[in-house]
Design a protein around this ligand. Structure first.
Ligand SMILES: Cc1cc2nc3c(=O)[nH]c(=O)nc-3n(C[C@H](O)[C@H](O)[C@H](O)COP(=O)(O)OP(=O)(O)OC[C@H]3O[C@@H](n4cnc5c(N)ncnc54)[C@H](O)[C@@H]3O)c2cc1C
Length: 468
């Protein structure tokens, strides 16, 4: 039971009225299950909402927004609960929790899927892979499709099939004034533009319709690990190798401390490693050929690249990314990976403060970069790499230190960074960083915000503030 009391006073009669009006569950402090219901993936955000509405459908979403507005409650919107900055929870406000809405309908002939906004990638992949289909999804299968898609969506299929938002055909959205709108290229096209990268700023999406592609069910994929003292050599190799990598291959380089995982020899546990990890989503023989150079750098600590089901790859690293850890991401697009940047990365890797912290260099390009820059609200598509410093600790112990270390590393990488970033990897870094993420699209997003949420009902997000 939570010992914290929220300061928001909601009359019992008012709450009872809401409870009567919805199909879903209303949970308040003191109710059984409140502690579970208030928890999100990131253990760093321990918040106590005054009320959580577990929506059962669109009507509940509409009623919930109306309730939050009538009671002047701060509103947090939640799908898969994987917000890094913790925007899907709040103190003393209301959480609109869509995680119970997980229906997925696949049309195998049209190769499309419509999924409710509480769906996680694990559920989505399960349903679509039954037909040998998929769209770009998360590297960790417990992540929700909602926040993920609205921010862009970087995943193993992106270089072949684009970002997740590039595969969005339409969305149903409840706006701040309670209207249910359908957004697509043909209907509310301005809103549709903003939903593809602009995050949760414009309304609550209740379902997403995606384009699907034949994938797998078997793919060539997995990680290969090398000794950490070879990080410079492997980064130099990687920056060259990516030039000729086919679109089917989406890969990343990871500077990490070996976890005590069964697939890493015990003598390496706790030691620095460098991993190359990726997926080739084309023909298996092509995949084997394309990823072979990653495995031929000599003396791997462990080589797990091989043929495996796409769904297995989609959940391969789940055990290392379970809920509860304290996590802070500091990310930015890299214009390139020159020797000075490599030296900086190694210098900081050598002083890393937590064994749970990692540095990811994600190779972009391919189909992501071919979508015209102004086709969606997504920030920058031109950078070859995304650096994501995932500063994490198992508990609150050492968290502040890990955050400072990540910020210092980011600062030291400035010469190689473009200054822009990916909104879904932003922490709570303020308006300037949100502007940097959207670059010259920011003003268009403000105009959209003025049109759809002029009073900023949806402000617990990477906020685009309305002009008034
Ligand atoms: C372990 C982990 C792995 C990740 N891996 C990847 C990855 O591979 N690729 C990648 O691109 N990103 C990744 N991310 C980042 C991820 O995309 C974002 O955290 C994303 O917001 C998560 O979506 P969610 O629905 O799970 O989160 P939630 O916490 O439920 O929501 C996050 C935010 O999205 C908005 N939102 C959620 N639902 C709705 C809705 N229905 N309507 C409107 N707005 C809504 C709200 O603003 C909310 O605050 C990862 C994050 C974590 C923690």
């Amino acid at each position: 039971m939570a010992i914290h009391e929220t300061t928001t006073v909601l009359g019992d009669a008012t709450v009872a009225e809401l409870t009567q009006a919805v199909r879903g569950e209303v949970i308040r402090p003191g109710d059984p299950g409140y502690d579970d219901a208030r928890t999100i993936w990131n253990g760093a955000h321990d918040k106590y909402p005054a009320l959580i509405l577990r929506c059962a459908g669109v009507a509940d979403v509409m009623r919930g927004i109306e309730f939050a507005r009538s009671q002047d409650l701060l509103l947090a919107v939640r799908g898969g609960k994987h917000s890094i900055p913790g925007f899907s929870t709040c103190d003393d406000g209301m959480v609109l929790d869509l995680s119970g809405m997980q229906e997925v309908r696949v049309d195998p002939v049209a190769r499309t899927a419509r999924a409710q906004a509480g769906t996680t990638w694990s559920t989505f992949d399960h349903e679509t892979q039954a037909f040998g289909l998929a769209t770009t999804g998360g590297l960790v299968s417990s992540t929700g499709i909602a926040g993920f898609t609205l921010g862009g969506g970087i995943g193993w299929l992106m270089r072949k099939h684009g970002l997740t938002c590039d595969n969005l055909i339409s969305a149903d959205v409840v706006t701040a004034d309670g209207r249910l709108l359908h957004a697509s290229e043909d209907e509310n096209a301005d809103l549709f533009w903003g939903l593809r990268g602009g995050g949760g700023n414009f309304g609550v999406v209740t379902s997403f319709e995606y384009r699907l592609h034949p994938v797998g069910p078997m793919v060539t994929a997995g990680p290969v690990f090398y000794a950490g003292d070879r990080a410079a050599e492997i980064m130099r190799f990687y920056r060259e190798w990516v030039h000729d990598a086919p679109d089917e291959a989406t890969t990343l380089l990871n500077l990490l401390t070996a976890p005590p995982a069964p697939f890493i020899p015990e003598e390496w546990h706790g030691k620095p490693l460098v991993a190359l990890i990726g997926v080739h989503s084309g023909a298996l023989a092509d995949g084997e050929r394309a990823l072979r150079p990653l495995r031929e750098l000599g003396d791997p600590v462990a080589d797990l690249i091989g043929q495996l089901p796409y769904v297995a790859m989609q959940s391969l690293i789940d055990p290392l990314w379970g809920p509860g850890a304290h996590s802070y991401f500091k990310a930015g697009w890299l214009g390139g990976l020159d020797d000075a940047a490599i030296d900086t990365l190694i210098h900081y890797r050598d002083t890393v403060t937590s064994p749970k912290t990692e540095i990811h260099l994600q190779h972009i390009g391919g189909a992501v970069a071919r979508v015209p820059a102004d086709a969606t609200a997504f920030g920058d598509r031109s950078a070859p790499f995304l650096m994501n410093i995932t500063a994490s600790t198992f508990t609150a112990d050492g968290y502040d230190e890990a955050v400072s270390w990540a910020q210092d590393l980011y600062g030291a990488m400035t010469p190689a960074l473009t200054g822009g970033t990916y909104v879904n990897f932003l922490s709570n870094e303020g308006e300037e960083r949100v502007r940097a993420a959207y670059g010259d699209k920011y003003e268009r997003l403000v105009a959209l915000k003025d049109a759809y949420d002029p009073t900023n009902v949806f402000r617990l997000n990477q906020n685009i503030a309305p002009s008034a």
